[in-house]
Structure formats: C-alpha cells, structure tokens
Design a protein around this ligand. Structure first.
Ligand code: PGA
Length: 254
C-alpha cells in the first residue's frame, strides 16, 4: 500500500538563513534532484524569500512553500498573508498549524479548518501539522490530542481533496530537541491518524493520504523512519538548513 504514495521530503527553514545562503542552498538542492518521479521534495521558506526562491527553483520539480497563512481573502489583518498573496510570489504549498504557530503564537485549533479551506481553494497544497506535547504524552493523552486536532482541522475537507493535503505528525517534544520519536512511537501515531482519516473520509482517502513524520529527523535516522509502513515522508527543520545534512535525507535509499 505504501508504494502507492510518493515519498515526500519537506524542509522547514523556520526563521533561518539569509537570502544569499538560502539561494545557494536551493541551487545545490536543485542540482541534486532527479526528475521528481520517485520522490517529492519541497522547501518551506520565510515568506520574504518566496519570490526569489521560486525563481531559482523554476524548471525543477522542487516545491516551494510558505510556513503559514491567514484564511481571509483580504482586510485589516496587519502582518498576515493570504493564500492568494503567497501564490502570487511563487508558493505552491503551505504549512498549516505548525506546533510553533500553535504553542509559541497561540494559534487556535478552530482556525485550522479555515486555513486548510483557504489553501485548498487557492490551489496551495497544505501540510497540516498535528502532535502532542511531552506532558500530553506522559498523561496518555496522545490519541485524544491528535483526534481533537484532526477533528477541528478536517471540518470542511472533502475526500477528493485528500491527494492535495498532507498531514505531518510532529510530536512537540521531538521538535528541535534531538530526541526523535522511535519508529514504534511514530508508527502508532501514524496508524491512529490514518485510521481516523479512513473513518472520516473513507477507505480510499485513508490509503491515499500521505502522513509525514517530523521532529529531529537527520541523515542517521531517516532510513528507519521511512521504513515504517505508515510513514510517507519527513518534515525536516534543523537538518534542512545545510546541504550536507539535507541532501542525504533527500537521497534516502538511492
Ligand atoms: P526539527 O524541526 O527537524 O528541527 O526538529 C521539525 C519541524 O519543526 O518541522
């Protein structure tokens, strides 16, 4: 079943790199990508670099995305960017509900379904992030938290949209900490997410949806993670900032 889902390797730069180092990195990645037929690779860059990054990426299968969006079309939303604005500067995808947005900036569960709707309606492919904190895991509340995050985000998603939507399981305790989830822990969460989506949108959607793992992915652990049946790719933060750590992740299995 897994071989029907194309592996997806995504780099999330967060608020890192300057323009020239970022563009150098894109040129290096571009030079190492194949034709994109056996894996999908994308970078999620600071919005101010989207136009330059997408210009450099043009002509290659590298996807270019934003790290956040706001769901309204326009209006008095100081500091925010709409889906149409992101598209206009070259984004073809966007991260929704990253744990730093939820936990550092207080983004609410209830916003996520509208963010997904705005992205899908504007032909941006969203990656919806979900994941529990350490306290929630220790309190055996992981499934409950994932269910709540999925339920609130999927209010308005149709089965036929699932091929354009990706879910990333990112346990908060594993993000930027060097403490990666074990393949067993990740497998359990990914299975839960796929079952939930199957229950909600049907068997076909459950089989088709790609679920990425994120949290301290590096060249040393990517192979074991991607060997797990329900892990269809990775969302990489720190290790996506340098060619010597990101290229081996992109080239897993080659
Ligand atoms: P990390 O970040 O790889 O640096 O842990 C992952 C993420 O937040 O997407």
């Amino acid at each position: 079943m897994k071989d029907t889902r194309k592996p997806y390797i995504a780099g999330n730069w967060k608020m890192n790199l300057d323009r020239s180092r970022g563009l150098d990195l894109i040129k290096t990645i571009k030079g190492r990508l194949g034709d994109g037929s056996d894996r999908e690779v994308a970078v999620f860059v600071p919005a101010c670099y989207l136009a330059d990054v997408s210009a450099v990426a043009q002509g290659s299968p590298l996807g270019v995305g934003a790290q956040n969006l706001w769901y309204e079309k326009e209006g008095a939303f100081t500091g925010e960017l709409s889906a149409a604005m992101l598209r206009e500067v070259g984004a073809d995808r966007v991260i929704v509900g990253h744990s730093e947005r939820r936990h550092v900036f207080g983004e609410k569960d209830e916003w996520m379904s509208r963010k997904l709707r705005a992205a899908l309606d504007s032909h941006l492919m969203p990656i919806l992030c979900v994941g529990e904190t350490l306290e929630e895991r220790k309190g055996n509340r992981t499934d409950r938290v994932l269910k709540r995050q999925l339920e609130t985000a999927f209010l308005d998603v149709k089965p036929e949209e699932i091929r354009r939507l990706t879910v990333a399981y990112e346990p908060v305790w594993a993000i930027g900490t060097g403490e990666v989830a074990t393949p067993e822990q990740a497998a359990e969460a990914h299975r839960f997410i796929r079952r939930w989506i199957t229950g909600r949108l049907g068997a076909e959607a459950g089989l088709a949806v790609r679920i990425l793992y994120g949290g301290s992915v590096n060249p040393g652990n990517v192979r074991n993670l991607l060997a797990v049946e329900d892990i269809d790719g990775v969302l990489v933060g720190g290790a996506s900032l340098r060619p010597d750590t990101f290229i081996p992740i992109i080239e897993f299995g080659l």
